[in-house]
Design a binder for this molecule. Structure first.
Ligand code: FAD
Length: 597
């Protein structure tokens, strides 16, 4: 656990009038530096439009300790309460906590300082060093200070809670100029007499002095997730879709689960789902009606077919995923020895409601919906530098220097990435709920899923599914995916494996069953494609797609990642994960082709 000694902060970090301010905090402790910055930001009429704090903390304190600390220091401010409300699920990895309607973001990076510094890509305007513990394995040695300086710009303000001759000498050697402050600790500015060497960014950010207009093709979760993230950063976005209304594709799913993936080695997919789940959940809290549009119900995963559960040494409190209790299993009609995981931060959501809410927020009018527009092809106009979205007759539907393709299964034809995208049809089965007692009290997944007690205009309903059908013939964008009566049998047979007792007791007559079908877009490595398609040859053409079977869990994260890469914000995921998601990555097994860059 970190110490919670107060950290002297410079009150005037020089942020007045800036569009964005990035502060890197090495050590989070009890959040006193973060809360102080937040209060200062709230009170300053000339505050930067957006404040982004990135904090590295090897082992975050638990919620009870945070609350005790705040009670002890008499801090019952709104920011302190809001920080506590989001203080959950802080397992190793990156967590983006969003406040003040998204204008203040805290990216909490849980992991050892040296490793985490290597995973960061940012240019800090201010840098805050907590006092290392006396027996800290990570004192401010030269290697660490160098890694921190690599994330500074000329003029970065530094505040340290610790002052020692060794620290002073180390900082001066690296180009920091010490300033005299009237607070204890140490203040400095990064003013090297040489040109600092920086690693090239993963993706070259968009030039700051250009018009911030974008066209997004696709009005589903990936398209609106991207449009929303860009609009929050001041962009004007036109969203084109072949369907008349938003969420006409896979995101029109009546309801689905957002839930983490658990793997024995806590692999990339597991970490991405945890980061994504938080963004979906906090967006739902902000924009949707709980229990109508979504619910933080938790999800019970029945690990059929011998799937591994969380490792015994995993901190279930931090990951939010732990072995399910016998009580929970019994409530779901499972025997006490059934292998099952309880995902306490998971839940269900109606994605179409989320898409509609994203369209309306954050600043009404900043996202323009242009439905009923099927894009036949894209053209790059060399004279204007604009990408044009053309219809079948060659008419321009919309154009901008930045074109983001988020068209699900339609993305391949438009953007032609190297990674082959595949269409995966899926169908759900649902029915009005006649007898709630025959159903488990909460959603269950594992072999397909069951979402019971879904509220709707006609009363409660249950939903189960879904099918996976790779052989579906290609369909035109905007066309409804046809349902197959025989898919009900597939879904009910999956339910019989997932929840045998429930499936046996349902015995629903076929005429009461309803169906919904859609097409998922998948990639061979099951990871989304996010970023520029080919920055050398096709500048300004970006992709956000291949959300696969997890769009509700990581779709909004992908939009956030794309926008962060584009404007040079700190990334919401470690650099190595962002690299693995790059839309310009080669197809698996193929070497990267030469680029013009
Ligand atoms: C049956 C089923 C169950 C699922 N269950 C879950 C679940 O429980 N949890 C979960 O996380 N995920 C689930 N998914 C996956 C999830 O629905 C998707 O990952 C997600 O909705 C994809 O969003 P998207 O925006 O990328 O694509 P879409 O929502 O398909 O949006 C793409 C949009 O692009 C438009 N478009 C395409 N081509 C063109 C063109 N040429 N011109 C103009 N517009 C175009 C389409 O009209 C469409 O509106 C499920 C999917 C299915 C099918």
């Amino acid at each position: 656990m970190s110490d919670c000694a107060p950290l002297p902060l410079d009150d005037t970090p020089g942020w007045q009038g800036q569009p964005r301010w990035v502060e890197l905090q090495a050590g989070f402790g009890c959040g006193e530096a973060f809360l102080a910055r937040w209060q200062a930001w709230r009170q300053d009429p000339q505050r930067p439009a957006r404040l982004q704090v990135v904090a590295i903390e090897p082992s975050p304190i638990d919620l009870a300790s945070l609350q005790q600390h705040l009670a002890r220091t008499g801090d019952n401010s709104l920011p302190a309460q809001q920080l506590c409300a989001q203080w959950w699920g802080l397992a190793p990895g990156f967590h983006r906590l969003s406040f003040e309607g998204g204008q203040l973001e805290l990216t909490l990076c849980v992991g050892p300082l040296p490793d985490t510094l290597r995973e960061l890509q940012l240019e800090a305007d201010s840098l805050c060093l907590r006092q290392p513990l006396p027996a800290s394995p990570e004192p401010w040695d030269e290697g660490l200070l160098k890694a921190l300086a690599r994330l500074c710009r000329r003029g970065t303000f530094l505040t340290a809670g610790h002052d020692s001759p060794a620290l002073r000498e180390g900082l001066q050697r690296l180009g920091f100029v010490l300033t005299t402050g009237d607070t204890p600790g140490l203040q400095a500015r990064y003013l090297p007499t040489w040109e600092p060497r920086r690693s090239p960014p993963l993706v070259a950010p968009w030039p700051q002095d250009t018009v911030r207009d974008a066209v997004v093709i696709g009005g589903g979760l990936s398209g609106l997730g991207t449009a929303h993230a860009l609009a929050r950063r001041g962009w004007q976005v036109t969203v084109l879709d072949a369907c008349a209304e938003p969420a006409g594709g896979a995101s029109g799913l009546p309801a689905g689960l957002f839930s983490p993936h658990v793997s024995p080695d806590d692999n990339r997919i597991s970490r991405l789902t945890r980061t994504g789940l938080r963004i979906t959940r906090q967006t739902a809290v902000r924009l949707l009606a709980e229990r109508q549009d979504w619910a933080p119900s938790g999800v019970l995963e029945h690990r059929v077919h011998g799937k591994a559960g969380p490792r015994a040494d995993t901190d279930g409190e931090a990951t939010g995923s732990e072995e399910a209790s016998t009580t929970l299993k019994q409530a779901a009609g499972l025997p006490p020895d059934a292998p099952a995981t309880w995902h306490r931060h998971a839940g269900w959501v109606r994605p179409a409601r989320l898409v509609q809410a994203l369209l309306a927020a954050p600043v009404p009018g900043r996202i323009r919906w242009q439905g009923g527009c099927r894009v036949a092809r894209l053209h790059h106009d060399g004279a204007t530098g604009h990408w044009q979205a053309l219809d079948e007759t060659g008419q321009t539907l919309a154009q901008a220097a930045l074109m983001v393709v988020a068209a699900g299964p339609g993305s391949r034809a438009l953007a032609e990435p190297q990674v082959p995208l595949q269409a995966l049809r899926g169908q759900l089965t649902s029915a009005p709920q006649a007898d709630s007692d025959r159903l488990p009290p909460l959603p269950v997944n594992g072999q397909g899923s069951l979402i019971p007690h879904l509220p709707g205009d006609g009363g409660l309903s249950w939903h189960t599914g879904s099918t996976f059908d790779r052989g579906h013939p290609p369909q035109s964008a905007g066309e409804a995916t046809p349902c197959k009566p025989e898919d009900h049998a597939t879904n009910l047979s999956k339910l019989a494996t997932l929840l045998p007792a429930t499936a046996a007791s349902l015995g629903e007559p076929a005429e009461r069953l309803q169906a919904w079908a859609g097409i998922r877009c998948t990639s061979p490595d099951r990871l989304p494609l996010v970023g520029p398609v080919d920055p050398g040859r096709r500048p300004g053409l970006w992709l956000c797609t291949a959300l696969g079977t997890r769009g509700l869990t990581w779709g909004l994260l992908c939009g956030e990642l794309l926008a962060s890469e584009l404007v040079g914000d700190p990334l919401p995921v470690p650099l190595s994960q962002a690299r693995a998601l790059l839309a310009s990555r080669p197809a698996p097994g193929r070497p990267a082709p030469p680029t013009d860059e």
